[in-house]
Ligand binder design. Structure first.
Ligand code: SAM
Ligand code: SF4
Length: 314
């Protein structure tokens, strides 16, 4: 389906939980968030039903996210159900990989095509400090397991944070030399716990290009501007929601774990989907697409959404 601004909407990001085993400083407060009870969260069947209705409205790609999707019970069942929808061409999942050692093979068997792994630092001490719960070893073991399970072309997402990991850009780029991975640097967006952080922590992804002029531009993929180091097997992606927003090309809708459709990550508007079925559910999704905002206004301040990232699905 096309929205009023001429954008084809074919990508659903479905949050399957707002809970997480980590507490990344920019995403969740140390004490966690008010936990929605299990009865407020879409059931396995409802997740699949929403994806099926979205497919009837033109969605061809689904990404499961959260919170941490791997802490959600039944996530392989959700994957199996969605991958069996004939119109869905690609099923992806974003994870912090802390539990991926156990889940990589079941996810592959359940029809997941691609994994994005969030990894903001390659230093164990910084990893522990940023996530407040996780260890770098667990994540690296998860990445190994993903490769063994057949997820070869991994995307590794690092949020660029001034004074935290901007001295590791070269180490991340080095990962692409002999691996077919896409390492992506994402600009930190002011929302949730980091909304009030000092300006110096919000870096433009241009710093990557300024510091590594050898990066050569290659074909873009989705919202990422893509580059390659000479001779590298993998690529480098820059995702710049603030310095170079991609609203004009946005093809996404989002559904939160409690079943609210959002046309934009940063808007307040939400359409409740729970309790709707069949034609009514499809009609609500079409209404959400028709009301998708033209753009966000992050460059003029913090996000308008009262939700933090784990409550929407990054
Ligand atoms: N728990 C999973 C993970 O970390 O991959 C999936 C959910 S997480 C909310 C999805 C992505 O959003 C992660 O890559 C995370 O780094 C990113 N993220 C969270 N808060 C962000 C913010 N304020 N600005 C930019 N990216 C953010
Ligand atoms: Fe959890 Fe992902 Fe948020 Fe980190 S970024 S706290 S892993 S949801």
């Amino acid at each position: 389906m096309t929205d009023p601004f001429g954008r084809t909407i074919d990508y659903l990001r479905l949050s399957v939980t707002d809970r997480c085993n980590y507490r990344c400083q920019y995403c969740m407060p140390e004490e966690g968030v008010f936990k929605r009870s299990h009865s407020e969260i879409l059931t396995v069947e409802e997740c699949v039903e929403v994806a099926r209705a979205a497919a009837a409205c033109g969605v061809r790609k689904v990404r499961l996210t959260g919170g941490e999707p791997l802490v959600r019970r039944g996530v392989p069942d959700i994957c199996r159900g969605i991958s069996a929808i004939p119109e869905i061409e690609e099923l992806c999942l974003t994870t912090n990989a802390g539990l991926l050692s156990d889940f990589a093979a079941p996810l592959r068997q359940a029809g997941v095509d691609r994994l994005n792994i969030s990894l903001d630092t390659l230093r164990p001490d910084r990893f522990a400090a940023m996530t407040r719960r996780g260890t770098l070893d667990q994540t690296l073991a998860g990445i190994e397991a993903a490769q063994r399970a057949g997820f070869e072309h991994l995307k590794i997402n690092a949020v660029l944070i001034g004074g935290f990991n901007d001295d590791e850009i070269g180490d991340f780029l080095a990962l692409t030399m002999d691996r077919p991975w896409e390492v992506r640097f994402i600009e930190l967006m002011p929302m949730g716990p980091c909304a009030g952080w000092e300006k110096g922590r919000f870096l433009s992804s241009q710093v990557v290009l300024d510091r590594y002029p050898a990066l050569e531009r290659v074909e873009d993929s989705g919202v990422a501007r893509r580059y390659r180091l000479p001779g590298a097997k993998g690529t480098v992606g820059l995702i710049s929601p603030i310095s170079c927003d991609f609203c004009a090309q946005c093809s996404r809708i989002r559904v939160t774990a409690d079943g609210k459709l959002k046309g934009c990550l940063h808007s307040r508007e939400e359409i409740p989907l729970r309790g709707l079925h069949g034609a009514e559910l499809e009609a609500a999704i079409r209404r959400g697409i028709a009301q998708k905002p033209e753009r966000h206004h992050l460059s003029q301040g913090a996000s308008a959404t009262p939700r933090s990232m784990n409550q929407i699905g990054g």
